[in-house]
Design a protein around this ligand. Structure first.
Ligand SMILES: *Cc1c(COP(=O)(O)O)cnc(C)c1O
Length: 455
């Protein structure tokens, strides 16, 4: 092999050849890119050997820390057998075993696993399954080919996922490509449009949704939601019981409930899946990010026997679900995902979360008095700190102030990597984070927010 390129050379080639996701490249080209070469536990290590706390879990995917021995071993073990073979007309042991394990930990009633590659494709699979289900199972129930979604929803970046999403900044310019949907106002307790507080808001929040379901259920194939927390919208949390009520309404009006657990799945909210907090089983559930413990791209759409059976028939009835990807059921991804679930069992990960969640709550509460901290929202080990210009009026900082970005830059200089969502400072540590690391993360967030008032 040629000489190992220097750290400087790599930075230069990055700026010359790469196009980074969700990144204004004009700005990027002016900055020194941070090039991560290694990782260990909660730390990322750059090409200069500098260590950073991974405050985003590498954008919400890592669970048990980097270079976990059980996950590393599973991946190495599988690569000695085969890296990939197709799931079209063939099967492979890791895909089979993982499907079985997923059904064991999934909300009761989910019984089938369909693999894909990432959160967006898992959502696309759910949408297509829902539409085809109604065609084949209840053709007289109405057209049932539209979806109800919440405002500020984020379900991924492919065109179908964008159609059911609603983050204006990401989606507006693609309007001509998107299919029509119905939209409902999500709960947003800090900025409640009705000026209500929990629990008096409980029915008010859901009445408009019930009206839509009542009048449009013949058009609706499904209602897609991020259960419990709209993460990309800025960690907007749904009040207790909200999801259970959505489940009741969907059942009553014969609309499939699609839970997008891509961000919330695998312990992030304190339970294996967010749906469990409300005792809900969706009709379709999309998972990805944490599925492989943050190692490899892999996703799955889980569904019920009722939906699965609607696709059965003789070949020439063409009830087949005609969908799949080149890497569907990739053995490397499935092997490491199996190891991820093994770590959950062996290390009793879910049990270990309670004290960390309480500690995070306590640490975040200590930021509440800061002049620019408007709202602190936490669900499990997902947290958002909304910064405001005026605490009393909740007046937001204007976008050009790039307030979240400024805090993240200050945090990076102090050894913590975070990525804001607009004016919301986001902290999503790995589930394996230690008490000391968690304390240090919030301390750095405090210092970084403090730099704002220092000018
Ligand atoms: C990240 C995310 C997606 C998209 O997943 P990708 O793997 O980035 O395609 C979908 N839904 C939710 C809720 C997400 O957080």
């Amino acid at each position: 092999m040629a000489d190992r390129p220097s750290a400087r050379q790599l930075r230069e080639w990055d700026r010359r050849y790469l196009w980074h996701p969700f990144t204004q490249m004009q700005e990027w080209e002016q900055e020194e890119p941070l090039v991560i070469e290694r990782g260990k536990g909660s730390y990322l290590i750059d090409t200069e050997g500098r260590r950073y706390l991974d405050g985003t879990s590498s954008i919400w995917v890592n669970l048990h820390g980097h270079r976990h021995p059980v996950l590393d071993r599973a991946l190495k073990g599988q690569i000695d057998k085969i890296a990939h073979s197709t799931l079209l007309g063939l099967s492979n042991p890791p895909a089979i075993l993982l499907a079985r394990e997923l059904i064991k930990v999934a909300p009761p009633g989910l019984s089938r696993v369909f693999y894909s590659d990432d959160g967006s494709t898992a959502v696309e699979v759910a949408l297509k399954m829902a539409v085809q289900y109604w065609r084949q199972r209840h053709p007289d129930a109405g057209p049932k080919s539209m979806f109800l979604r919440l405002k500020l929803a984020y379900h991924g970046d492919t065109i179908g996922a964008v159609s059911v999403g609603n983050i204006e900044l990401f989606h507006a310019r693609f309007k001509p490509l998107l299919f029509p949907t119905l939209e409902a106002e999500p709960p947003s307790c800090y900025r409640c449009p009705l000026g209500l507080t929990y629990p008096s808001c409980k029915t008010a929040c859901l009445e408009p949704i019930e009206r839509i379901l009542q009048t449009r259920h013949r058009d609706l194939a499904g209602f897609i939601v991020e259960p419990l927390i709209q993460a990309a919208a800025g960690m907007i949390i749904q009040p207790p019981g909200y999801l259970a009520r959505l489940r009741e309404l969907c059942t009553r009006y014969n609309v499939l409930l699609i839970a997008d657990e891509v961000a919330t799945g695998f312990g992030r909210t304190g339970k294996m899946f967010a749906c469990e907090h409300d005792g809900v089983t969706p009709d379709l559930m999309a998972v990805s990010k944490g599925l492989t413990g943050g190692y490899l791209p892999l996703a799955a759409t889980l569904t019920t026997d009722e939906i699965y059976r609607a696709f059965l028939g003789r070949y020439e009835e063409f009830k087949t679900f005609f969908h799949g990807h080149s890497y569907t059921g990739n053995p490397l991804g499935c092997a490491v995902a199996l190891a991820n679930l093994e770590v959950f069992r062996r290390q009793q990960v879910l049990r270990s979360l309670g004290p960390k969640i309480s500690l995070l709550q306590k640490l975040l509460a200590s930021l509440a008095g800061m002049p620019s901290v408007g709202d602190i929202r936490q669900q499990g080990l997902m947290a958002g700190i909304e910064l405001v210009q005026d605490k009393m009026t909740k007046e937001p900082y204007p976008p050009p102030a790039r307030i979240g970005h400024r805090v993240a830059t200050a945090a990076r200089a102090r050894g913590l990597l975070i990525r804001p969502l607009g004016n919301v400072v986001v902290l999503v540590p790995p589930l394996s984070v230690s008490r000391e690391e968690l304390t240090r993360m919030v301390e750095i967030v405090r210092e970084s927010i403090d730099t704002l008032s220092a000018g």
